[in-house]
Design a protein around this ligand. Structure first.
Ligand code: SF4
Length: 386
């Protein structure tokens, strides 16, 4: 048992690598894996790469050698999350501007389970502001267990979904009751970046010498918008790229929203979306988040949308990553690594991901449809007295 402690104070780390090994040895099961955006720019540090180096293709090879049956990317599901979150934002803001003041604003992005739990405990009167869209981890797993199994002709009990996350709170998220069907979880096992490092070392593999390979299709391709989920401000920037085009009907000339970037713990920016001045707030670290929410609650600040990440710097600084000992320069290099991937991509807006479009056409009708709601949305609980 590892004794590391989550930096958000939520959890003691539990090591599930042995559960993954047992699943891989069970030949009656298919075992697939997804890796989160922030993992690819940090795991290399344990194998001699500089912080921020993107080693995703070497990790794909390592996962294949470890015996996984499908090597997929949580980034793909981050694009899917944006489809639902941007739709929800468009709907809420249009109804609000149309005079319906009962519509809750700001919309709060909901990818960070530590933050979701924090608001459930501490701000139960504000539970209507988080987007109901599931996190990318849970969207990926819901699609895998409910759609991919049918395409593969297997039952959900015969599929094991493993996630590799920069995060310890993701283990808790995977275990939340609403993400299971008859006790069969959507995400069966969530392990951290550090746990994957142990597995790679135990298998006597070295990322430096491994060749590169691609992720599998159809859940392995992503856009630049997806990969910036791993740094502070990235989820709201990705959502803004899509919401802008959907609200205005225009094509964005510049997809980089520089005003939403930076490392101040609590920052705000106004983004022009057609005739609208959309006010956006961003916080990372729970102390900063508390400040932001207290101001919103007191009516001292008004936002249309906010992003909160429990860890400093966002997931690049997550509690499951190689230790950075609070060194901001390491966190920044990882974030810059994600920005470089984003700028190198041909497609940088989630709604242009062809595999996402195909999923809607084949299975979900359109974003925010009834079918999409059933599969991709969730709800929150007051835990004030728990
Ligand atoms: Fe997990 Fe931290 Fe990322 Fe939140 S910000 S999802 S706690 S790694």
């Amino acid at each position: 048992q590892c004794v590391a402690v989550c930096p958000v104070g939520a959890l003691h780390e539990r090591d599930y690598t042995w559960d993954v090994v047992k699943a891989l040895q069970d030949k009656s099961k298919k075992v697939i894996v997804q890796i989160a955006p922030a993992v690819r720019v940090a795991i290399g540090e344990e194998f001699g790469f500089a912080p921020g180096t993107n080693v995703e293709k070497k990790v794909a090879t390592a996962l294949r050698r470890l015996g996984f049956d499908g090597i997929f990317d949580t980034n793909w599901a981050a694009d899917l999350t944006i489809m639902e979150e941007a739709s929800e934002f468009k709907e809420r803001i249009e109804r609000h501007l149309g005079g319906d003041t009962s519509v809750p604003l700001p919309l709060l992005t909901s990818c960070c389970p530590a933050w979701v739990k924090f608001i459930e405990h501490n701000y139960p009167d504000m539970l209507d502001i988080p987007s109901t869209a599931k996190s990318p981890q849970q969207m990926f797993s819901a699609v895998a267990k409910n759609i991919w199994t049918k395409e593969m002709g297997i039952s959900r009990e015969d599929l094991v979904v493993v996630s590799i996350m920069p995060c310890l709170a993701k283990k808790y998220e995977a275990a939340r009751e609403e993400f299971s069907v008859d006790s069969n979880r959507d995400t069966d096992i969530s392990i951290s970046t550090r746990e994957l490092v142990h597995m790679i070392r135990e298998a006597n593999l070295d990322l430096q010498s491994l060749p590169e390979s691609d992720f599998d299709k159809p859940y392995g391709d992503y856009t630049g918008a997806a990969v910036i989920f791993g740094r502070t401000g990235g989820v709201i920037e990705a959502a803004t790229r899509t919401a802008y085009e959907w609200i205005t009907g225009d094509t964005l000339k510049k997809v980089d929203f520089e005003d939403l970037r930076g490392y101040e713990g609590f920052r705000a920016a106004t983004v022009k979306v057609g005739d609208l001045n959309v006010r956006i707030g961003i916080a990372h670290g729970l102390g900063e988040a508390r400040k932001m929410l207290d101001k919103i609650r007191a009516g001292e600040e008004h936002f249309h949308a906010i992003e909160i990440m429990a860890c400093k710097g966002g997931c690049v600084g997550g509690g499951g990553q190689p230790y950075h000992h609070g060194e901001l320069s390491i966190i920044r290099k990882r974030a810059e690594g994600l920005n470089s991937i984003d700028t190198s991509m041909e497609i940088r807006k989630s709604h242009e991901n062809p595999y996402i479009k195909a999923l809607y056409e084949k299975h979900l009708d359109k974003p925010y449809s009834e079918k999409a709601h059933k599969l991709l949305h969730t709800h929150y609980y007051s835990r004030e007295k728990v």
